[in-house]
Design a protein around this ligand. Structure first.
Ligand SMILES: NC(=O)c1ccc[n+]([C@@H]2O[C@H](COP(=O)([O-])OP(=O)(O)OC[C@H]3O[C@@H](n4cnc5c(N)ncnc54)[C@H](O)[C@@H]3O)[C@@H](O)[C@H]2O)c1
Length: 281
């Protein structure tokens, strides 16, 4: 199937980035969210981001016009016109399973339904639909316009044709697709989140201050960001959720979330999005 029109679900951090990149790559884009405020914020975010990219000569007028043409909508009514649906809604299994049941009803037969989930099983999401062969993980990285990687995750029923189509679309979006099989945390978060957790244990046990921990990993290990800074960027609630998925899914105590992480999430210190995490914003 030729993909011309992409329907993005969720207009938050990831959804608006995916909508922007899809539009600058020449796709017609519709972006849907249940929260009117999220739609307004997304519209402003992509306008600001693409104005900057245009000034820097990183996109042209035609690409800017394509972004300005993104339709921001509150329902799935126009999903029937889309050739690909990418879901980037809240990381909550109940929300995603309900969404995929609805997407299966609203999207045309044969249309691929992709999820940007960080940790929820693609096989399980696919089982909520009658087209498990057309369901796949398309895990973009934050911030979407800048990060090259898309982790492409096959559920147990994902067809080769679906994987190939999605890999080709990632390339059209100037991304580097890397394929992974469905397993808790996939490749990216299976490795990243235990490292962040260990940094939090290191802080909790008084081995070093947040700045010291981050400096060691930046200056000594060549990481562009320290693990605690990165946790604040991702959101501490998201990191905790992923660690719980790893611990439950893989059944190993080594994924046990640090007590300090749990305490900070309970206190509402979620990182950048709340103005306080391991650092103040
Ligand atoms: N934030 C990251 O660094 C990051 C990185 C990679 C992947 N992800 C994944 O991307 C997805 C989105 O994360 P985010 O950080 O953009 O979250 P976010 O909270 O910024 O945005 C989620 C949006 O989904 C909307 N939403 C909730 N239920 C909906 C529904 N039924 N229909 C339509 N919209 C709905 C919310 O209103 C919200 O605007 C999650 O699955 C997350 O795990 C996040």
């Amino acid at each position: 199937m030729t993909v011309k029109h992409i329907f993005v679900i969720g207009a938050g951090t990831m959804g608006n980035g995916i909508a922007q990149v899809a539009a600058t790559s020449g796709y017609q884009v519709t972006c849907m969210d249940v929260q009117p405020a999220a739609l307004e914020k997304a519209r402003a975010t992509v306008a600001k981001s693409t104005t900057k990219l245009l000034e820097k000569g990183m996109i042209n007028m035609e690409q800017k016009a394509s972004v300005d043409a993104i339709q921001f909508v509150p329902t799935m009514d126009t999903m029937k016109d889309a050739d690909l649906v990418i879901e980037a809604a809240t990381e909550n299994p109940e929300v995603k399973l309900r969404l995929f049941r609805d997407m299966d009803v609203n999207a045309r037969e044969g249309v691929i339904l992709a999820s940007n989930t960080s940790s929820i099983s693609i096989t399980k999401i696919a089982a909520a639909t009658k087209r498990p062969d057309r369901v796949i993980g398309m895990h973009f990285m934050n911030p979407v316009p800048l990060m090259k990687l898309v982790e492409v995750i096959r559920g147990s029923g994902t067809s080769d044709e679906t994987a190939k189509t999605v890999v080709d679309i990632c390339k059209v979006m100037s991304k580097e697709p890397v394929e992974a099989n469905d397993s808790p945390g996939f490749i990216s978060n299976r490795i990243l989140c235990p490292m962040i957790n260990e940094a939090i244990f290191t802080l909790q046990e008084g081995v070093g201050a947040p700045e010291a921990i981050d400096q060691v990993m930046k200056l000594g290990m060549n990481h562009p960001m320290g693990p605690l800074e990165l946790a604040d960027l991702i959101g501490l609630d998201v990191v905790l959720f992923i660690l719980e998925v790893l611990q439950r899914g893989l059944g190993e105590d080594k994924y046990r979330p640090a007590y300090l992480l749990r305490k900070m999430v309970d206190a509402g210190y979620l990182g950048r999005k709340t103005g306080k995490g391991f650092y103040q914003y």
